[in-house]
Design a protein around this ligand. Structure first.
Ligand SMILES: *[C@@H]1O[C@H](CO)[C@@H](O)[C@H](O)[C@H]1NC(C)=O
Ligand SMILES: *[C@@H]1O[C@H](CO)[C@@H](O)[C@H](O)[C@H]1NC(C)=O
Ligand SMILES: *[C@@H]1O[C@H](CO)[C@@H](O)[C@H](O)[C@H]1NC(C)=O
Ligand SMILES: *[C@@H]1O[C@H](CO)[C@@H](O)[C@H](O)[C@H]1NC(C)=O
Ligand SMILES: *[C@@H]1O[C@H](CO)[C@@H](O)[C@H](O)[C@H]1NC(C)=O
Length: 356
């Protein structure tokens, strides 16, 4: 029995030494090889959490003025990270080539990293293919970086890992929509504040999509995103939502299209929801004066329908009664403030509206 005892003892020691060896090596290259980027493992560098400013008041990245600000801000929010939370933050001057060589020329001891953040920079036509070399990320954020288009293969090194992609305030004119089905882990896509004119969504994994503040004028139906729960398209010049547009979005709970130029008429079949729960339908400030019967269907008893700031002068019974009859079964409500009406309605029958 003596021999089997030593065998059991040596086994954990063997494992320990391997584990130790892995952690002893930094996952980041030499700092000078990756200028203007900083690579860090937050668990090993908790000093960053010592902050000099009160960042709690900022909730968007764009409000942080510098890489350092952002870095410290994030360190606070990341305080519970696990040991391998490796983040690369780059603040660029002029060219995309600098960053290209950071990933393609430096040696990265670990090629599976958590997060990449790119700030600022001058005009570039394209975010080139092969940008990240063989390095992959779970989150990528590109903020205030002026770039017209992202090459189809730029994101491919993160094909099996990317969960969140943010490209904001970056004058982006084109996005490689065809790569979406390949990004099988992607749950959050935020393209707020760009110059996109066109959008096509096909993704089984996507849960939230924000394309607010772009230049999308024409929507095409045929989207397929069965897991999408939140869609934000506010502040785009979308004049019409095509018939059956929501058909491929069977789980959509929130739909935001504030200031979307949808008026004067919201046509029958534009907004047919198919989910078990719909919490929010935001259509304020659209110059809508007429909502056809059956334009909004599939509301559930907890839905909030926001139609404030439109030009609705007549709450036609054929349009509104079917909606209100559902809402009054739960906590749902309909808000039509700021034009002809000044009403938030929960129960149509307690008002003068549609007496029983
Ligand atoms: C960024 O700069 C502006 C103007 O200089 C200042 O008001 C703001 O507080 C700064 N933000 C941070 C996070 O320091
Ligand atoms: C870190 O974890 C603790 C305990 O679970 C929790 O109270 C705290 O809010 C977490 N901090 C952050 C920044 O998530
Ligand atoms: C950007 O490029 C221009 C001209 O190529 C140069 O004058 C300027 O100094 C550069 N800016 C930075 C921050 O590198
Ligand atoms: C990458 O490294 C090679 C060899 O050191 C060098 O010749 C080349 O200019 C570098 N490329 C960039 C983009 O820095
Ligand atoms: C869709 O969502 C469900 C429930 O959250 C999840 O189990 C499933 O993996 C998701 N599908 C994809 C393709 O991500």
């Amino acid at each position: 029995m003596y021999f089997s005892h030593t065998t059991h003892l040596s086994f954990p020691f063997f494992l320990l030494s391997i584990t130790f060896g892995t952690f002893a090596q930094s996952p980041c290259p030499d700092p000078e090889k990756i200028f203007p980027c900083i690579c860090n493992n937050f668990q090993m560098n908790f000093d960053y959490a010592f902050h000099t400013k009160d960042f709690s008041q900022y909730d968007t990245l764009s409000e942080a003025n510098s890489t350092t600000d952002y870095y410290q801000y994030e360190a606070l929010n990341d305080a519970n990270n696990t040991i391998d939370y490796v983040k690369v933050v780059c603040s660029v001057g002029n060219s995309s080539a600098e960053i290209f060589s950071v990933f393609n020329n430096a040696t990265w001891p670990s090629k599976q990293l958590k997060e990449f953040v790119l700030f600022g920079g001058n005009m570039a036509e394209e975010f080139p293919g092969g940008y990240f070399g063989g390095v992959s990320f779970e989150r990528i954020a590109i903020i205030n970086y002026e770039v017209d288009t992202i090459h189809l293969s730029a994101l491919i090194s993160s094909q099996d890992t990317l969960e969140e992609l943010k490209i904001m305030f970056s004058h982006l004119k084109e996005f490689p929509w065809d790569t979406l089905p390949l990004l099988t882990k992607l749950t959050s896509l935020k393209l707020y504040g760009n110059e996109l004119k066109d959008i096509r969504i096909r993704s089984d994994s996507l849960r939230e999509l924000d394309i607010s503040s772009n230049q999308i004028a024409a929507l095409k139906s045929g989207w397929s995103a069965p897991n999408l729960t939140s869609l934000r398209m506010d502040m785009n010049p979308i004049s019409e939502i095509p018939h059956g547009f929501l058909d491929g979005l069977g789980n959509l709970q929130e739909f935001h299209c504030f200031e979307c130029h949808l008026g004067p008429t919201l046509f029958k079949g534009s907004l047919g929801f198919h989910s078990e729960i719909v919490t929010y339908i935001g259509l304020s400030w659209n110059d809508i004066s007429n909502i056809e019967e059956g334009a909004i269907t599939g509301v559930t008893p907890e839905t909030f329908v926001g139609l404030d700031g439109n030009k609705i002068a007549d709450l036609t019974e054929a349009t509104f009664r079917p909606i209100l009859e559902v809402l009054q079964r739960g906590f749902g409500s309909l808000s039509v403030m700021g034009w002809f009406y000044d009403l938030v309605i929960c129960d149509p029958f307690s008002y003068f509206l549609f007496p029983q």
